[in-house]
Design a protein around this ligand. Structure first.
Ligand code: NAP
Length: 279
């Protein structure tokens, strides 16, 4: 590269990190794993964060951890846990109503709540299939439907956390793969429905990420171990991703830097879905 080009690339950036000062962000599944990392990232970017989960004990513990982070950084913004099972539309409506009462607007909605099941599709019981679909697909769609008026107020954005298994399916987690493929298409349909209101909808398709989905870990395991019983292949980049690396993309997609992006499905997977390379 010539010296001239070196100088051309020497761009000065005042503050590259997006700021969500005075913004409010709701994160379903914000009590654990990727959703928690997204909540913490938004909190550090000065948004008030509302984390939603079905388990009250986990939710209050996550809220407390976020509040400690805010206080140690002397941030004025809030962290607040709202309990709701996203598979229950009435509970989702109730959660969004309480956000409306407290804030009256929403700059971003991130739907990260998700469950998995290790089973091939042919062997998946109807009740398991229904539950996966209700949480992973219907839960996200009903959250967007309920939050649309609040997002419209601020011409905000939606990020759906899907999976690379929704792009190229994984037979060992067959029903889960089906739900994530459906979620990818739901993101596109919602992007079209909301475009006229100025609300953008994008989908992140993470690859294998640490700590790993609770419902895919061994009972009692908190972080996926090196002898991962699921026997996932390492992605081409040679390691699992970190939840914080998914959070960075969620923040970008919610920011003005992504103002012309909607209806996109973005793999964040260390190259896992770039092509077949089984060597
Ligand atoms: N980790 C990975 O390697 C990976 C890879 C690709 C995609 N993903 C996707 O990323 C998202 C987050 O995964 P993660 O690794 O962060 O998993 P996680 O640590 O198990 O977190 C799942 C979150 O979803 C919430 N949740 C589950 N069922 C719910 C329900 N019915 N109602 C409300 N909240 C519910 C959980 O809270 P409660 O248990 O309290 O309800 C928790 O906060 C999921 O959609 C997953 O499919 C993860």
């Amino acid at each position: 590269m010539s010296q001239e080009n070196d100088q051309e690339n020497d761009i000065e950036v005042d503050d590259p990190a997006p700021s969500f000062k005075n913004g409010v962000v709701a994160i379903t599944g914000g009590t654990s794993g990727i959703g928690y990392a997204i909540a913490e990232r938004f909190l550090r970017a000065q948004a008030s964060v509302v984390i939603v989960g079905s388990d009250a004990a986990r939710g209050h513990a996550a809220e407390e951890r976020l509040r400690r982070t805010a206080s140690s950084l002397e941030l004025p913004n809030e962290a607040w846990f709202v309990q709701a099972d996203v598979a229950n539309p009435a509970a989702v409506d109730q959660a969004v109503s309480s956000i409306a009462q407290r804030y009256g607007h929403l700059e971003s909605l991130v739907c990260s709540a998700g469950v998995g099941r290790k089973a091939r599709l042919l062997e998946t019981a109807a009740s398991d299939f229904a539950r996966l679909f209700q949480v992973n697909v219907q839960g996200a769609v009903t959250a967007v439907q309920a939050a649309a008026p609040l997002l419209t107020v601020s011409r905000g954005s939606v990020v759906l956390v899907s999976s690379d298994a929704g792009i190229v399916g994984e037979p060992d987690i067959g029903a889960y793969s089906v739900t994530k493929a459906a979620l990818n298409m739901a993101g596109k349909m919602l992007a079209l429905d909301l475009a006229a209101s100025g609300v953008r909808v994008n989908v992140i398709a993470p690859g294998d990420v640490v700590p790993g989905m609770r419902t895919m870990l061994r009972p009692g395991e908190e972080v996926r171990s090196a002898d991962d019983f699921m026997k996932w292949k390492f992605p081409p980049l040679g390691r699992y991703g970190q939840a914080s690396e998914i959070a960075d993309v969620a923040l970008f997609l919610s920011s003005k830097s992504a103002s012309f992006m909607t209806g996109a499905v973005i793999p964040v997977d260390g190259g896992m879905r770039a092509g077949l390379d089984w060597a």
